[in-house]
Design a protein around this ligand. Structure first.
Ligand code: ZN
Length: 407
């Protein structure tokens, strides 16, 4: 997909949503269609989330390189800064001083004045950080409800998470279903639903909420990809249902807004309703299977490819930041965990935030794909980031667990 196609698509989307932006996305579309060689900002990417690794940071600004193309011979500025121009290529150093900054490239010459405009985010208070998110949770809730334990941590699964918290300070976001069902391919009947979970552990949930949070993931494990083409109303109804249950049995302190929707697929019309329900970040694999990007919240090829190579990208229309999961522990062999994380830590675009991730079912011996070394896998990933100074965070707090959301 070409650059101008994306711009036109966004403009159409904005128009369809009645969202007349306070800044001129439309300007870019006009320039892109009206001239054979428009001025175009190529770097950074519109929606890029930039931190100290992307330039020179001082207390009051981040100096970044901005580059692009214009008609040869034009004088080009970016935010008033004169550019170095070589042929059609221009570049300049621009200081970002706000949480979000519009970058406006203006080219002037014999054919008049042209401009292009993008917006980037400065993650000003960014520090190296990691979060641990576990998807597809239901078995541990069923286990506790059925066994009627004296403590939540009599369940081996929560005890394991608590031991890891005590040892490493790791925080866990546990993304839950409304139902539990032993999902041999043919058996989908739920034998547990959240209303069956007692509220007598509320004190323990509250006491551990500083490191253990529950979030909505989906109504059920099956069928696969439940929200790919669902209406926003269906998704929000399921979110409300699970949220009400978490509040009932665990209390508000233990609740977190969702950061991963089952299969990482939702229609874009759901983004704004999700934002209005507290969602600020959504993580996915942003992986290419054959020629098709998947687990990517249905973003197009250009955006999926971008997020696949970066920690984060902001969709200004919804306000949601999309994040790429760094490792799926149940899919990576124990002795490959470090080799999976190492290259990410060397690339400035993926080094700042480690989004560690796995799925609950692989911890349970009755599960058909049980992984006996699953606890060792997640501990290896947690130890690896801890030893390299990454700080444990929740993504729903601040800007992906870093500084304030809109500093
Ligand atoms: Zn899932």
């Amino acid at each position: 997909m070409s650059h101008s196609n994306i711009t036109r698509r966004n403009v159409l989307k904005a128009a369809a949503a009645g969202a007349v932006g306070s800044w001129g996305m439309g300007v870019r579309a006009t320039m892109a269609t009206d001239t054979s060689s428009p001025v175009k900002i190529l770097e950074p990417f519109h929606g890029a989330v930039l931190n100290h690794r992307h330039g020179k940071q001082t207390t009051d600004g981040l100096t970044i390189g901005v580059s692009g193309e214009a008609r040869p011979g034009d004088r080009v500025t970016v935010n008033g800064v004169p550019c170095r121009v070589e042929g059609k290529r221009f570049d300049a150093d621009v200081v970002l001083r706000e949480h979000e900054t519009d970058l406006v490239a203006v080219a002037e010459g014999t054919d008049g004045r042209q401009e292009d405009r993008i917006r980037v985010v400065w993650d000003r208070y960014s520090v190296p950080r990691y979060r641990f998110s576990i998807d597809d949770n239901s078995f541990f809730l069923r286990d506790i409800a059925q066994k009627n334990y004296a403590s939540l941590f009599d369940c081996f699964y929560l005890k394991m998470l608590r031991d890891l918290n005590k040892k490493y300070g790791v925080k866990f976001t546990v993304n839950i279903f409304y139902t539990a069902a032993d999902d041999a391919k043919f058996a989908t009947a739920a034998d547990f639903k959240l209303p069956q979970f007692p509220d007598r552990y509320k004190g323990e949930w509250r006491d551990n909420a500083h490191w253990l949070r529950l979030a909505f993931h989906a109504h059920d494990n099956l069928p696969d990809r439940p929200y790919e083409f669902a209406t926003p109303e269906k998704l929000i109804a399921d979110l409300d249902l699970v949220t009400a249950e978490i509040h009932r049995f665990a209390g508000e302190e233990a609740y977190a807004p969702p950061t991963v929707i089952h299969f990482g697929l939702t229609p874009h019309s759901a983004f704004k309703p999700l934002y209005n329900h507290g969602v600020r970040a959504l993580s996915g694999y942003f992986v290419k299977y054959g020629s098709k990007w998947d687990v990517n919240y249905r973003w197009d090829d250009v955006h999926s490819e971008y997020v696949s190579r970066h920690n984060a990208w902001r969709d200004f229309q919804s306000g949601i930041v999309f994040s790429r999961i760094s490792i799926v522990c149940n899919t990576v062999l124990l002795d490959h965990i470090a080799a999976t994380l190492e290259p990410l830590a060397k690339d400035p675009n993926t080094a700042e935030i480690m989004d560690l991730f796995t799925h609950e079912q692989y911890f349970w011996p009755f599960y058909m794909n049980y992984l006996p070394d699953h606890p060792q896998r997640i501990e290896t990933a947690i130890r690896w980031v801890t030893e390299r100074g990454y700080k444990p965070v929740f993504f729903h707090e601040g800007f992906l667990g870093g500084g304030p959301m809109t500093a």
